[in-house]
Design a protein around this ligand. Structure first.
Ligand SMILES: [Zn+2]
Length: 256
């Protein structure tokens, strides 16, 4: 390549990268950018055989979470991964034990993520296995660590898209007060703990024929991070990013 062609090539390369950067900027230009890196401590509860989890799995899921939160410039950095040797905490059937675990082992001013084999919540009076739970700490099931982004969504103030199922109208007229209280997540009638296959087909298309109070068919966003359909390529909506930004500013700024 002669010098002239080389310069021309550089010119077009930088032009195309400028266009690409501008597109990205355009896509998120009305979202706040916080330039915040959260330090995270991960606590792995070992089972009675002393087995924990694959560390690579933890790092991979944090990389996914950082990518999903990048439109509002929130980033997650693992500072420490330690082991909890008390295997009684590897299975938690009662909610009081989550508090116990957190009080004993959570680090201050950090996001604390506990990883255990069997987290449960009470559902219809019986302990029911769940993938994760988020309060002041995050609890994740060892076999569903890909629920991390979803639990971080809760940590930053999001509800499920199917919160109070059946209350939000398809036409969006009560979207601020019903369902998840966010207007760009469509009404979602999913009932927690129901098999997703009762609601979607193999290609993640919503196939349930339930209707809302107005007689309108639901068209939920099956690929939303805060849904339970488990579809690939999950996303947050703009409204969800704004809600998480508000929570960050109001509650989580003191974390470092
Ligand atoms: Zn959830």
């Amino acid at each position: 390549m002669n010098k002239h062609n080389f310069l021309l090539c550089i010119f077009f390369m930088s032009l195309s990268s400028m266009v690409y950067t501008q597109q990205l900027h355009h896509r998120h230009k009305d979202l706040p950018c916080h330039h915040k890196v959260f330090n995270v401590d991960v606590h792995v509860v070992l089972d009675s055989m002393g087995v924990g989890v694959d560390i690579t799995d933890i790092y991979n899921n944090f990389a996914v979470a950082s990518e999903k939160f990048s439109p509002i410039c929130l980033d997650f950095k693992i500072c420490k991964i330690d082991s909890i040797y008390n295997y009684n905490f590897d299975s938690i059937p009662r909610s009081v034990e989550y508090e116990e675990l957190s009080t004993k082992y959570a680090s201050e001013k950090r996001i604390n993520v506990f990883i255990l084999s069997l987290p449960f919540v009470q559902h219809n009076g019986a302990p029911t296995a769940i993938c994760g739970l988020a309060g002041s700490s995050i609890f994740l099931k060892k076999s569903c660590m890909d629920a991390l982004t979803h639990e971080l969504g809760h940590f930053f103030g999001l509800l499920h898209t199917f919160e109070n199922p059946g209350t939000e109208l398809v036409n969006g007229s009560n979207c601020e007060t019903a369902g998840d209280g966010i207007c760009d997540t469509p009404a979602d009638p999913y009932q927690q703990f129901d098999p997703p296959s009762n609601w979607i087909d193999a290609k993640c298309r919503f196939r349930n024929l339930a209707k809302d109070a107005n007689g309108d068919y639901y068209i939920p966003q099956t690929g939303n991070v805060m849904s339970y359909y488990g579809c690939p390529c999950q996303e947050f909506t703009r409204g969800q990013f704004l809600r998480m930004s508000e929570t960050y500013i109001r509650t989580h700024k003191r974390l470092w």
